[in-house]
Design a protein around this ligand. Structure first.
Ligand code: 5GP
Length: 206
């Protein structure tokens, strides 16, 4: 576990269809120049149309994924829906040491594990504006079979019940507003009296 922390780890979780991918994209467009980046996970899920290896995910087979797990490559890894997903440890440690903001889009199990390993990480849960909107967003993707859709919907319903495990909750009704809220949380989080750099403050106070 890292004790010194220069950069920020921001864990953004939401059920599939909650809209966290759009939020992360917008944040990167706005803050990429300032060292905000996105943690690219590894997955055994097949690539969807429009995705690119190394951009949304690194797409690997089961054997490679298992080898990576065994070599302690991941900070966390879980089976989500039907496939394996894992967060590589190296880029997280780099940001903590060198500065910047690392955005992570992980499921609730991954968020829980990462928070244990990196207790100063910021945890944000993004909710869709309504149950109907969630269903519509999941359907609109059209990338899944009926069975996959049902699994995702039922997992989403269970995940949403865990919103209180997070430090912040953002309702994604209007994308601009949700992006603004996440951005504000990230920028101001270190001003909280329980999250600030106590050493620096004690120096000022004398
Ligand atoms: P999708 O297959 O739709 O891209 O993602 C499915 C789910 O996997 C989402 O809830 C996403 O947050 C989660 N996920 C993506 N990468 C990771 C990861 O590295 N670890 C964990 N635990 N979940 C992940």
């Amino acid at each position: 576990m890292s004790t010194k922390q220069t950069g920020k780890i921001v864990i953004i979780s939401s059920p599939s269809g909650g809209g966290k991918t759009s939020i992360c994209r917008r944040l990167l467009d706005a803050h990429g120049d300032e060292g905000w980046q996105f943690s690219i996970s590894y997955t055994t899920r097949p690539m969807r149309e429009g995705e690119k290896n190394g951009r949304e995910y690194f797409f690997v087979d089961d054997k490679t994924f298992t080898e990576l797990v065994q070599s302690d490559f991941f900070a966390e890894h879980f089976k989500v829906h039907l496939y394996q997903y894992g967060t590589p440890r190296g880029p997280l440690e780099d940001v903590l040491e060198k500065g910047g903001v690392m955005l992570l889009d992980v499921d609730v199990q991954g968020a829980d594990r990462l928070k244990k390993e990196y207790p100063r990480a910021i945890t944000i849960f993004v909710l869709p504006p309504s149950h109907d909107a969630l269903q519509q967003r999941l359907k609109a993707r059209g990338t899944e079979t009926e069975e996959q859709f049902r699994i995702r919907l039922s997992n989403a319903e269970n995940e949403m019940k865990l919103w209180k495990n997070f430090e912040y909750v953002v309702i994604n009704d209007i994308l601009d507003k949700a992006v603004h809220e996440v951005q504000s949380i990230v920028i101001a989080h270190h001003c909280r009296t329980d999250k600030c750099d106590v050493e620096q403050i004690e120096k000022i106070i004398g």
